[in-house]
Design a protein around this ligand. Sequence first.
Ligand code: NAP
Length: 597
Amino acid sequence: MTTELEIGLYIFILAGFLGYHVITRIPPLLHTPLMSATNAISGISLIGSLVVAGANYSRLSTVLGFLAVTCSSTNVVGGFLITDRMLKMFKRKQEMGIQRRWHQLNRQQWLAVSVLIAVLLLLIFWLRRPGAATNVADAATALRYSYIVSAVLFILGLKGLSSPKYARRGMFLAAFGMVMAIVGTLFHPEIVNYRWITIGLAIGSIVGGSMGLRIPMTAVPQRTALSHSLGALAASLIGISEYVRHLAVGLDSVKMTTIGLEVVIGSLTFTGSLMAAGKLQGLLPGAPITYRGQNIFNITLLATVIATLIYLVFVPSASTLFFIIVGLALLFGFLLVIPIGAADMPVVIALLNSYGGLADASMGFVLMNKIQIITGSLDGTSGFLLSLLMCRAMNRSAINVLFGAFGKVQEEEAGAAGEAKGTVRSITPEELTVLVDSIRSVIIVPGYGMAVAQAQHGVSELAKLLSARGIDVKYAIHPVAGRMPGHMNVLLAEANVPYDQLYTMEQINPYFPEADIALVVGANDVTNPAAKNNKSSPLYGMPILEVDRAKSIIVLKRSLRPGFAGVDNELYYDPKCMMLFGDAKESLNQLFAALKS
Ligand code: NAP
């Protein structure tokens, strides 16, 4: 084992532990921005891509490097922009309508950064002007220092996410770190041509910029998945380029191991994430696609990939096998995701996030680039932790998510067990206004239906109206309400709901017995009492929002249809519960109008 590799492994492990400590302190409120922030930071694969695109290795390397630069810069620009858009929305009550001081400073900081980058670029062009005796040692030193500073800034950036107050500032530092790393890399002694780098950066910035600025908040899960696929593709392309380049001069087994891991993990993450994005966007069927012997086939395929990889480590010159392994890994990523239902995609995305991190870290080992090892490790830890948190909150194991074809099984069970269990009472918006006249407290429980109906603004307007009448309004946020961690927080922040009105499940549950009304807006599974009372329910054991303890319960949804888990909700047969049937946005509009009049 070479010393470099040994140091790389130490860095990888230590960064993973550091990432664990920083990321476990990030509140569920900011889990969605965390996903896009790690996504942006993992775009650091850009720096390896810049070297391959700009060095004079071979025409194939330049083309692959150029494609990788385009993919990675799309992630960097898009990731930071969308994270900032989200974080801008999180405000406390007293901050509503006012700009934060540091937000104004931010513009000046951006200006300062732009000037700094311009100066650094000019410096590079001056150093590299025709006829200039470029000092290679100086360039290498500048590069090393810029990477050390960048690594510190990335960690500070993630640390900032431990509070909405400091989150934007933290992300600004991380973005600054990224700029430093990129600009530093432009000094890399092996870069001799900037043409493809410039074109790749320009295309990536335009694509990433338009995605980051325009994409609606409801489409964040699919954007995240797409971004993982681009990052993984970049890692794979660089792996292929490095294999071909080193093949000519001879590959040792250590190099082959790192390249093999990079290409295998990168390729399977690429197709897996593309599938996930397609399912979430509705371009592919959301239902699990299953067939007999599926798990055995997938495991055999994975075993074949691993066995071939081990063979390649001992015989790196078997180039045909190398390209076969790339094809098999692409196929495995595709097959891994098709049996998973669209609703389980968030867990899959988080897992793919961690695979993407590993692909990045492997690329760091291939290029012996320590900052890539650090960010890959941070990204891997973050994705792994988020997927574990989601599984825990759903009371399911990661194995069950990956191999359980959950949506399918539950649909069948629901078909058999979905008979009515009593009387269901319904209420109209006008009747509800009479009830509202006599109440003093409301707890609003948003769920996936609020996202589908885009009813977050209606919820916020109603809450303001109720508050203006002296009614105490609180929001109850379940950790897996919606379809990704922190989903409800982002949507409510978008509708200007102050985050200090949002209560976590543990905080709000003691308040339900005092609440006059629990207003459930498009939530279902996260309120199902069967999770507490019915041992035979698939939901049994999942912690829920105890809306059944409120004095009365109003549920806004279109029908009695079950939610994601496909389980009938006994709450709707509770004598205290009344159903306001219809699209949540329309129902809220009608209720608002009735209350106003
Ligand atoms: P849910 O159980 O999926 O229920 C959502 C409800 O919204 C449905 O029953 C649906 O009923 C209603 N709805 C849909 N469109 C609507 C509209 N336009 N207007 C009004 N209502 C509408 O949602 P949840 O309570 O938020 O629970 C989330 C589920 O997703 C949990 O089972 C959780 O385990 C799972 N999950 C979450 C995550 C995460 O990270 N957040 C990740 C993976 C899985 P109608 O069709 O009758 O309207």
